[in-house]
Design a protein around this ligand. Structure first.
Ligand code: EPU
Length: 422
């Protein structure tokens, strides 16, 4: 298994171009199942999760042409006999659950493995199933699989609310079923994360009739058929936020390029409040670090609040804060697996329920640490960049799920970082 080895303390300088958003492209790929014409997606990041979603679509009879160099995916789903998304693939990536809605809408049946456990906590899919049942699907769970069928989906009003607020992939799944349902569907409490908005734009290009895009209420008028389309995905705001936090930790003139600053407002606010200097010009954001970050209280929330997918990286930043910070996790109360590893690097963190109390220390020290999930791994890399001495991040396959060539991008910015195979 590859590991990343970092000699900490090298300042990061220069521009880094941000890739297309993982969480846009994964559900969007499932939209290819809604038509027998070609869906062409550009600015596709080269990631393990994208390869996994390709394999799932192939298992469902789709033809997949992936030009990894150019970041272009051509998907055509004209063999509609296959309806099973197998456990071996689904277990590695929860976003694959998004094939359920399109399969039901177009093929009338689906057999999709339940995704299973996840280190960031229990991640139920009850709202996905509830929404699809409201549209007229009958669903049973048998042998670890969701078996769903319908003799025709019919539009209705659906409230999609969880204890944590809305659901991103749940909204995507129900939306992709509703676009081909008979009549009008209203999805109340819909997610409005930028990635969901991006999916709506792609579906609109395919001929879907969706009103209220970007709001908490989506109104969908079902159509008989969708066509092919070409769509370019938005910038990955989580990758951008990760690099901005790296710049606020150890930058010396670091800028992220090709981003949508509007998608990053909560993150920019946290950076400013902590004393970082920011400059936003068009789709470029530059950051200069504070001496040590001012401590703060930070709570993760659905968009436009601070994203849970940057909680771990923000914690790595605040570990060197000039006082005590409180970080509360409202989306995934158990998403704190990185805490134990940050402690190994000299951080002072105490966990109380879904809150981490971070007592800032002047310096972190390099150590061997273990990645256990995607965003937590990125936090360990950030901590390694600023720590004294050498940090070895093991099991970096987690980071490869969602960050395109992160080690290479950091090296180009001046980090002493290398990937060691084996
Ligand atoms: N929830 C339910 N029932 C459901 C679905 C969700 O109770 O049926 C709860 C969850 O347990 C959680 C909350 O609702 O407390 C929000 O979860 P959501 O459904 O929005 O998460 P998701 O759609 O499964 C996506 C991203 C995650 C990101 C979350 C929150 C993709 C592929 N994944 O997951 O990204 O953390 O939204 O923003 O889009 C990551 O990229 O590292 C990642 C985990």
């Amino acid at each position: 298994m590859d590991r990343i080895v970092i000699q900490g303390g090298e300042p990061l300088r220069g521009d880094v171009s941000i890739s297309g958003a993982k969480n846009s492209v994964l559900p969007m790929m499932a939209a290819a199942l809604l038509t027998d014409e070609e869906l062409v997606i550009s600015r596709v990041p080269s990631l393990r999760d994208v390869s996994t979603q390709c394999k799932i679509l192939e298992a469902l009879g789709a033809r997949v042409l992936h030009d990894d160099q150019k970041g272009v995916l051509r998907l055509r789903s004209d063999n509609e006999d296959l309806v099973t998304a197998p456990y071996d693939l689904v277990k590695t990536m929860r976003a694959s659950i998004c094939v359920l809605g399109p399969l039901l809408a177009r093929r009338g049946r689906a057999k999709v493995s339940l995704p299973g456990g996840c280190v960031i906590g229990v991640r139920p899919i009850d709202l996905h199933l509830k929404g699809l049942q409201s549209l007229g699907a009958s669903i049973e769970v048998r042998g670890g699989y969701i078996e769903a069928e319908t003799d025709g989906l019919r539009g209705t009003t659906i409230y999609l609310g969880s204890a944590a607020g809305s659901t991103v992939l749940g909204t995507a799944n129900v939306l992709m079923a509703a676009v081909l349902a008979d009549g009008r569907t209203v999805i109340e409490n819909a997610a409005h994360e930028p990635e969901l908005v991006d999916l709506c734009h792609c579906l609109q290009k395919m001929g879907a009739k969706i009103d209220g895009v970007g709001s908490h209420c989506l109104e969908v008028e079902g159509v008989d058929k969708l066509s092919g389309a070409e769509h370019t995905v938005i910038a990955d705001r989580i990758e951008a936020g990760t690099f901005l936090l790296a710049g606020a930790m150890i930058g010396d003139g670091l800028s992220v390029l090709d981003v949508v600053p509007q998608h990053l407002l909560a993150v920019l606010e946290v950076l400013r409040e902590s004393g970082a200097n920011l400059q936003v010009e068009g789709n470029r954001i530059s950051v200069e670090p504070p001496d040590r970050p001012r401590p703060m209280d930070l709570t993760t929330l659905p968009h436009p609040g601070f994203p849970t997918d940057l909680q771990a990286q923000a914690m790595a930043y605040l570990c060197r804060g000039n006082g005590v910070s409180m970080i509360s996790e409202r989306i995934y109360p158990d998403r704190f697996i990185h805490v134990a590893e940050l402690l190994r690097m000299g951080a002072q963190i105490r966990k109380e329920g879904a809150t981490a109390i971070v007592n800032g220390v002047p310096r972190l020290s390099g150590a061997p640490v273990m990645a256990s999930e995607l965003r937590g791994s990125a936090a360990l890399v950030l901590a390694g960049l600023v720590a004294e001495g050498e940090t070895e991040v093991h099991r970096v396959y987690h980071i490869d799920r969602g960050y395109e060539r992160i080690d290479e991008k950091l090296r180009l910015l001046g980090a002493h970082i290398e990937r060691v195979a084996g």
